[in-house]
Design a protein around this ligand. Sequence first.
Ligand SMILES: NC(=O)c1ccc[n+]([C@@H]2O[C@H](COP(=O)([O-])OP(=O)(O)OC[C@H]3O[C@@H](n4cnc5c(N)ncnc54)[C@H](O)[C@@H]3O)[C@@H](O)[C@H]2O)c1
Length: 377
Amino acid sequence: MPKKLRLGILGGGGDSLIGVLHRVASHINDNYIITGAVFNPDFKLNKAFAREIDVPLNRVYTDFDTFIEEEMKLPESERIQVCSVLTPNFLHFPMAKKLLDNGFHVICEKPMTTSLEEAKILQKAHKNAGTVFALTHTYTGYPMVRQMREMIKAGALGKIHKVDAQYYQGWINTIIHDKKKRASVWRLDPKKAGISSCMGDIGVHAFNLIEFTTGLKVQSLLCDFNYLYKENKMDVDGTVLIRMGEHVKGVIRSSQVATGEENGLTIAIYGEKGAFKWEQENPNFLYLLSDTNPTQVFKPGHAYNSKLSLDGTKLPPGHPEGIFDSMANIYLGAARAIRGQKYNDGEFPTMLDGVRGMGFIEATVKSHKAKNTWVKI
Ligand SMILES: NC(=O)c1ccc[n+]([C@@H]2O[C@H](COP(=O)([O-])OP(=O)(O)OC[C@H]3O[C@@H](n4cnc5c(N)ncnc54)[C@H](O)[C@@H]3O)[C@@H](O)[C@H]2O)c1
């Protein structure tokens, strides 16, 4: 068994949403050990949380710059090798860039940056660094999403002509109507979230899922946002028409004010021979629709699944795995890449996905502002 990779964590403190997902996922396949962190900008809270989860306090730093400075003083055999960036969006770029410039491997939350320009700078830094960069579009790690990708690649649907992806949440409905509450949410603050709330936070997952599963690229789009209030600067709902070719079209529907919706990410891909339907809230069922045959249901862990799908399942069929396992699959792929081991294409989203995602987010904002016109990505 190779030694565990020394993992640093930035953000993702006890007060965060996503921290626990990364911590659990990094442990699932026994590849990482959390060695140091800046969980929180408040040093007291930072240390208290480190104590709670047993991270050595001498590797818990006051801030990110000190983290880099102190880690770089350590011999390579002790230094943190890979760092997860789990902070609010505006810190992804400066943190990931400095990590890459100092030779660290990076696992970064989406959206990768707050602009396409930053994304391109990061891409250059990554090329120079030659280290591994994984972007955590969590949903690509699900065995049934991987199965869709592999079967589409093998021609199961024939020519694709229509794609419909939806990501509906409702939680901002409980916040947006109250000015005070609205001001307390970083996702609604352009300085912290970037140019978009809804498309930047969740629409981009739907976009990524489309490109990941179909292997096609969105070439142009037309977007219509809803801000609900004039003084609210951030989209909380948006509908995007997409073109992926002359005869390949679709729609991305995304909302944070879809009242009562929880984490409703769904995708439907229609081709000349069949169609796939999958939903994140029931991730272990993949439906293959046909005009002539009864609907088939694919499930994880069965030998009929592809190598990439089976690689993401740890238990025999009927033992439900979920979002922790999906994220763990991304961590597993990144660990293989960091160790220089062989890994399958599609095991983790890359820098390229990050640049595509930022291109998508910027194009949606541009299209809406230009009174809903078609914009190229
Ligand atoms: N992949 C996914 O499915 C998914 C899901 C949720 C969130 N996210 C992404 O994860 C990121 C974090 O989202 P969240 O919902 O966990 O946010 P959050 O507000 O719940 O948590 C942010 C954490 O970052 C810490 N932090 C803030 N500033 C910091 C600094 N300067 N140094 C160190 N730590 C700092 C906070 O203390 C907190 O612990 C966002 O970019 C978001 O888009 C991704």
